[in-house]
Design a protein. Sequence first.
Length: 261
Amino acid sequence: MPRYFFVFCKESLLLEQRSDGTFAVPLCEEPPTEVKPWTTILNITPMSDGTEVRTYAIDTVECSIFNLQSSIFVPLRQSYYHLPSDLYLKAGKCFELLYWDHNTRFCGVCGGPMKLHTDISKRCEHCGKEVWPQLATAVIVLIHRGPDEVLLARGRSFKRDFFGLIAGFVETGETLEEAVQREVREETGISIRNIRYFDSQPWPYPCGLMVGFNADYDSGELHLQREELKKAAWFHRNHLPNLPEKLSIARRLIDHWLGES
């Protein structure tokens, strides 16, 4: 029975390039590439139509590829623009589980080898310690000042020239709303109010969950945390800078504010 194979080389996904120029995840009965005796092939939750899903990683793109007329490796982020939403999201899950598998080979308690116990858990062969994939939860917020202005920022970690939103990881012992208030205060020096949930998004780079919010400006002047932000400013809806890519919840928050979603 044909099944989807999500094959990764580092952070790139193997796609089949069709004659009409579109791309697809390999759908075949056997792995589309050569696999080594030590290659771990993970079983992933099936697609909504019941199609089985497998994923594994290869070391180099020069491996032998079978069953495909034409193939290409595409960075996971860019696969968003080539695949239907359900396949892009499944690719993200596969990448996260491969990352988890690679980083949990040995027990953190006794150092013994970890072995798959279920599709999403491992058990130490020596002490019996069990582990599951863990998510790094982060909040991201679009701050409004009146009906026509929002706060946009350029983070030091941004690899492209665009302005995004204030974001950061949730700390132990705090609520999502407390995390929003803290991150905004730490990174910008301002106070906000009326925090309201927008939506959430898996963020498999490598294993995150982004939780989006809107909030209103309350008080204070901008004093940037230079370790985190290069620039930040209030922008009018008619004079916006370069914005984040469409794949991000940051862009969805902005587009929703602009009435474009």
